[in-house]
Design a protein around this ligand. Structure first.
Ligand SMILES: Cc1ncc(COP(=O)(O)O)c(C=O)c1O
Length: 390
């Protein structure tokens, strides 16, 4: 018998694409990598690290929900984005990923499940599995612009479902939750007794204005417990600082109970380091500069991508409203993996749609965060390979 748990027995086999990529790297061949989403590696503005050397940086203040001064800094940031919230309703964690682990513990018994969107960035599988929690996927229909359909939620739910997770805007689909979708979702969750977890890490990256969009659930009066998540990784392009936050909302009694339980839960780990909490204001002050540069980059890369598409090409750029990615719809034949392998042969790295659980067609995902020189160089081979696949 293995001395190790089944839930840490992760798949360790490589798919043909990962193998081909590793081989290419081993042979020292160049790669125009259109999968890079690490904001610290693509020539975007970075702040000076000096604020980390705060005079009290080495002090230890074990505040489970986070230092009040740091939670006030997040509240001021959210207020500036049109979402006034109380700092006492915010909980800090060492990344959004960690907040998910806490929420799965808070909301689920082992064996329960949460509803997660498909397609979506593959973030939740391991996080849920490590908590003994299952995932049930609800489809975001392409015909509805990858928008939320309560009928799909109802079809996915079973007796052990405890919460609905939305990613707003979707990663990589770039679809924002609409006011009408949130209203329908709120009524359904309240009726079914489910909590709502709203991942809003990309919500500051809308490509244009649209008052019909929901930017955040924070500060809204919704009829079920709500948890709005974001953090420095995307908001300020600083994933290495490991600072996430969640806004706890919903009916007062449920909110109070959630915060009290989260306080005990966080007290068990106390994971958020002091230097980053003490310097949160400067990092959030850097956010607008970072976001402006990202939006200019992403919009320009998307324009180049659309311009690179010949008029009757067998592929198209899927409409979207924000985020850091572009989704391409490509011909069913030869399909995602063969197309990715052909692109790799041509020196261009992209992600296949199956990596994000796309169905109902064949899809590729590109990072619009890619350095513009790399992006521009990759477009010629990309268009050539995709033309040949039609
Ligand atoms: C939708 C989404 N949520 C959360 C995260 C993780 O963020 P963090 O670095 O705060 O754990 C990612 C990472 O790419 C993401 O795509």
């Amino acid at each position: 018998m293995s001395p190790f748990s089944a839930r840490t027995d992760f798949a360790r086999t490589w798919n043909p694409l990962a193998r081909a990529l590793a081989e290419r790297r081993e042979r020292g061949l160049p790669l125009l990598d259109l999968t890079e989403t690490n904001p610290t590696r693509v020539g975007l503005p970075m702040p000076e690290p000096a604020p980390l050397a705060h005079p009290d940086a080495l002090g230890y203040v074990p505040e489970p929900l986070g230092l009040l001064s740091a939670r006030e800094a997040v509240a001021a940031y959210l207020a500036g984005r049109g979402a006034p919230v109380h700092p006492e309703h915010l909980v800090l964690s060492a990344s959004t990923s960690e907040a998910y682990g806490w929420l799965f513990k808070l909301l689920c018994e082992p064996g329960d499940n949460v509803l997660v969107p498909a397609p979506c960035y593959p973030l939740f599988e391991y996080l849920a599995r490590l908590e003994g929690v299952g995932l049930r996927h609800y489809r975001l229909p392409f015909a509805q612009g990858f928008g939320l359909d309560v009928g799909e939620l109802a079809a996915a739910r079973d007796a052990r479902t405890r919460a609905v997770l939305v990613v707003n805007p979707g990663n990589p689909t770039g679809h924002y939750l609409r006011e009408g979708e949130l209203e329908a979702l709120g009524s359904w969750c309240a009726r079914e007794g489910l909590a709502l977890v709203s991942d809003e890490v990309f919500s500051d990256f809308a490509w244009d204005e649209d008052p019909g969009r929901v930017a955040t659930v924070a500060g809204r009066s919704l009829p079920m417990p709500t948890f709005g998540l974001s953090g420095l990784s995307k908001v300020a392009g600083l994933p290495g600082l490991k600072l996430g936050w969640m806004h706890v909302g919903g009916p007062d009694a449920a909110r109070r109970e959630a915060l009290e339980r989260l306080e005990s839960l966080a007290d068990t780990y106390l994971p958020v380091n002091t230097p980053v909490q003490l310097s949160l204001r400067p990092w959030l002050a850097h956010a607008p500069r970072f976001q402006e540069a990202v939006l200019a980059r992403v919009k320009e890369n998307r324009r180049l991508l659309r311009d690179a598409r010949p008029r009757h090409a067998p592929w198209s750029v899927v409409p979207a409203e924000g985020g850091w990615s572009a989704v391409l719809r490509i011909p069913l034949e030869p399909g995602e993996e063969a197309t990715c392998l052909a692109l790799l042969d041509a020196g261009v790295g992209v992600h296949p749609g199956f990596f994000y659980d796309f169905t109902g067609g064949a899809w590729l995902v590109l990072s619009l965060l890619t350095h513009p020189d790399v992006f521009a160089q990759a477009l010629g081979p990309l268009a050539r390979v995709l033309a040949a696949s039609g």
